[in-house]
Write a protein that binds this ligand. Structure first.
Ligand code: E4P
Length: 216
């Protein structure tokens, strides 16, 4: 399973990248707004830190506008993935950009049929939003299971990029189901290493090492 970090915070990306935990990055306009930085400069800087795929989202809603913006974003760096909304014009542009050899990420997916359309449009990634479904009392993980089955049935190459992940349990379940990629905020990725018994065990080992006078 690939790990993407869902943020536009350059320090957080660099920190996780140094740990070897970043296969790619996803951003969206809300995350760019939160960073308080210029959009295209931020994407360029992220692409300078991370060699893997970096998703940058269009903000037009018509096909011509999305295509123009998508091409501009793709020109920023070779690892830019153009993120498009799951709308009919978004799918049309996904097909065009994919045919041109540009990587695409179809975002705001909330149903299996939407994921089916994205695969038919040649999307590199489909982003089902688990947390936002959970928020309205629909099990987001069920959607990941459905998409996995459909994509496997027809051997679609579109990768399932589990998004809107809210905690370590989501990550574990997505890995069990077989999502290709998960994208999560930096704090969720760091929290994957936490376990109370790890902390307790380490404390005991260090205390015993001190008592025993162990040196290395
Ligand atoms: C994915 O590409 C999105 O940026 C993100 O996962 C949305 O997450 P949220 O629902 O926590 O905003």
């Amino acid at each position: 399973m690939q790990f993407f970090v869902d943020t536009a915070d350059l320090d957080a990306i660099a920190e996780l990248n140094a740990l070897g935990l970043v296969d790619g990055v996803t951003t969206n306009p809300s995350l760019i707004k939160k960073s308080g930085r210029d959009f295209k400069d931020t994407i360029a800087e992220i692409c300078g830190i991370v060699s893997g795929p970096v998703s940058a989202e269009v903000i037009a809603v018509d096909a011509d506008g999305m295509l123009e913006q998508g091409r501009k974003l793709a020109a920023i760096a070779p690892n830019v993935v153009v993120k498009l909304p799951l709308t009919l014009p978004g799918l049309q542009v996904c097909k065009t950009l994919s045919d041109e050899g540009t990587q695409t990420n179809v975002t705001l997916c909330f149903s299996a049929n939407q994921a089916l359309l994205a695969a038919k449009a040649g999307a590199t990634y489909i982003s089902p939003f688990i947390g936002r479904l959970d928020d309205i009392h629909i099990d987001g993980l069920d959607l990941i299971r459905e998409i996995r089955t459909i994509y496997d049935n027809y051997m679609f190459e579109t990768q399932i990029l589990a998004a809107s992940i809210r905690g370590p349990l989501h990550v574990k379940e997505c890995a069990l189901i077989g999502a290709d990629v998960m994208t999560a905020p930096p704090n969720v990725i760091s929290a994957l290493a936490d376990h109370v018994l790890t902390a307790k065990g380490l404390e005991t080992f260090l205390a015993d090492a001190k008592t025993a006078g162990i040196t290395i």
